[in-house]
Ligand binder design. Structure first.
Ligand SMILES: Nc1ncnc2c1ncn2[C@@H]1O[C@H](COP(=O)(O)OP(=O)(O)OP(=O)(O)O)[C@@H](O)[C@H]1O
Ligand SMILES: [Mg+2]
Length: 469
């Protein structure tokens, strides 16, 4: 009744993992300002620096065939650029130290061959998000905090060119006619571009950096995002095939948490993931990854999340994992959860488990399913076992704030019970929030029988006991 697999209580442990030749002499370049250069970095870039760089850049542009450079092997193209820029600097008599000159050459190479001023940010592992609001405003998120960098693009055109380069890698274009575009960098980072006239102050680029080493539930415990006992409860929820919704605001850690939970799926299970942009990294051997597709330039070929989830059902899945539920696919996911695909999971945007339930309701209603509200609610309560709430608190820290069970219906109302909730107790001298995860005292959750079926009820009892002490 709870899906397959019974003998293996070890599922609770994380399963083993599985050139361009010069056209003319560079001397024809315009007059160069004599600047003291500063290396690219968040603090030390000056106006003169940008002017000097722009002038050398223009001189270079007049000298070489940039499109030929782009088609060369990167190391050779860089060497070519270096030779010509050295020549321009010597002829123009720009005063630079060796380090400054190297810095300038690296930046120019990045501009021509890579993602320009974004390169140093893309190389940093500590950054979660990069947000570019037009050429002059670049923000990053580090350790949960938003910071403005002094990185700038020469102008909106340069920014637009870089956006274009990014989206062309996934066969898309971004321009006035189609100003919104989702794409992915080669390293897997998720990108959104919205261009003028929709973005009033210039092209706006948002990048969610891809983390190769995904956070694990142990990491979340180290970061105090969840207590050790809470983590144990979550691992049992993942292992005993509860249907789970992960709810949270933008950037609250939903996808990360979903990825953590999937670590407790038994390696024998066939899992199908559906995402708008593949972010999940499942360790199991038997995984099929599906991705939605936006329409092509002629507006054709779109494949929606609903299409994918529907198709999944014909692929003999044991679990279906939906990266983000945001539309009518909610209905199909609930149906899948209800019809023998126990242990399916998805994330959605909501600020509390209650709100997550009403979001599910409204996604189904707006999907055009003409069902009475009570039927929709019954469907939700019949399908969803647990809602895990993630939040980014005001100090930038990310916490799991609730583990809530969906129990059933009382009249027209969906009944839920919290198993564990995070309580804020105050703030330390640095403004960091102090709080703790508390058990609500429920010793026998609704999924107790399910845990027992998987031989995990002792672990569950111990974890809930520890969460209460
Ligand atoms: N508990 C945590 N502690 C510290 N950093 C975290 C935690 N959870 C997630 N992060 C980091 O926060 C960033 C956002 O996480 P994630 O992509 O999981 O959020 P999300 O809620 O799925 O965002 P979106 O709404 O944009 O899809 C990532 O860089 C991730 O590594
Ligand atoms: Mg996400």
């Amino acid at each position: 009744m709870f899906g397959k697999r019974s003998e293996d209580s070890a599922a609770i442990q994380q399963p083993a993992a599985a050139p361009a030749a010069p056209k003319t002499s560079p001397v024809s370049a315009v007059e160069l300002p004599q600047a003291t250069m500063s290396p690219r970095g968040p603090e030390n870039t000056s106006e003169t620096y940008y002017e000097t760089k722009a002038t050398i850049f223009n001189a270079l542009f007049e000298t070489i065939d940039v499109s030929a450079l782009a088609s060369m092997e990167p190391a050779r193209a860089r060497e070519e650029i270096r030779t010509i820029v050295d020549e321009i600097i010597a002829i123009r008599n720009v005063r630079l130290s060796v380090a400054e000159q190297n810095q300038l050459i690296t930046e120019i190479c990045d501009d021509i061959l890579g993602y320009g001023p974004l390169e140093p940010l893309l190389a940093r592992d500590d950054i979660a998000d990069i947000m570019v609001n037009g050429a002059k405003h670049v923000f990053i998120e580090v350790d949960g905090k938003m910071e403005k960098t002094s990185i700038r693009f020469r102008d909106n055109q340069q920014l637009m060119n870089i956006c274009q380069r990014i989206v062309s890698q996934v066969g898309r274009r971004v321009d006035e006619a189609s100003p919104i575009c989702d794409a992915r960098l080669l390293d897997g980072s998720r990108v959104n571009v919205i261009a003028p006239p929709l973005a009033i102050d210039g092209p706006t680029l948002t990048i969610r950096k891809f983390k190769r080493d995904k956070l694990t539930l142990n990491n979340l415990v180290e970061f105090n995002s969840i207590s050790p006992a809470g983590a144990k409860v979550l691992s049992i929820i993942g292992a005993c095939r509860c249907n789970v919704l992960i709810s949270g605001g933008t950037g609250s850690g939903k996808t990360t948490l979903l990825n953590c939970l999937t670590a407790f799926i038994h390696p024998d299970e066939r899992i199908i993931t559906c995402e708008d942009s593949a972010e999940l990294q499942l360790q199991q051997p038997h995984v099929v990854r599906l991705e939605t597709r936006p329409p092509n330039l002629e507006g054709k070929g779109k494949v929606t999340m609903t299409d994918l989830v529907k198709n999944c059902l014909r692929m003999r899945p044991e679990r279906i994992i939906v990266g983000e539920v945001r539309g009518p696919e909610a209905f199909d996911l609930l149906q899948a959860m209800n019809t023998g695909h126990d242990g399916s999971m998805g994330t959605l945007h909501a600020n509390s488990p209650r709100e997550a339930l009403s979001r599910m309701e409204s996604m189904i209603t707006m999907g055009g399913f003409n069902l009475p509200m009570k039927t929709i609610r019954e469907m939700i309560t019949g399908s969803v076992d647990v809602i895990v709430q993630a939040a980014r608190l005001r100090d930038g820290s990310r916490r799991i704030t609730k583990i809530t069970e969906v129990i059933g219906m009382e009249g027209d109302v969906v009944v839920t019970q919290d198993l564990i909730s995070y309580e804020i107790e105050g703030e330390d001298a640095d403004g960091k929030i102090i709080g703790s995860h508390k058990s609500t005292g429920i010793a026998r959750p609704n999924f107790w029988d399910r845990a027992r079926y998987f031989n995990l009820e002792k672990d569950l009892a111990e974890a809930l006991d520890a969460a209460g002490s």
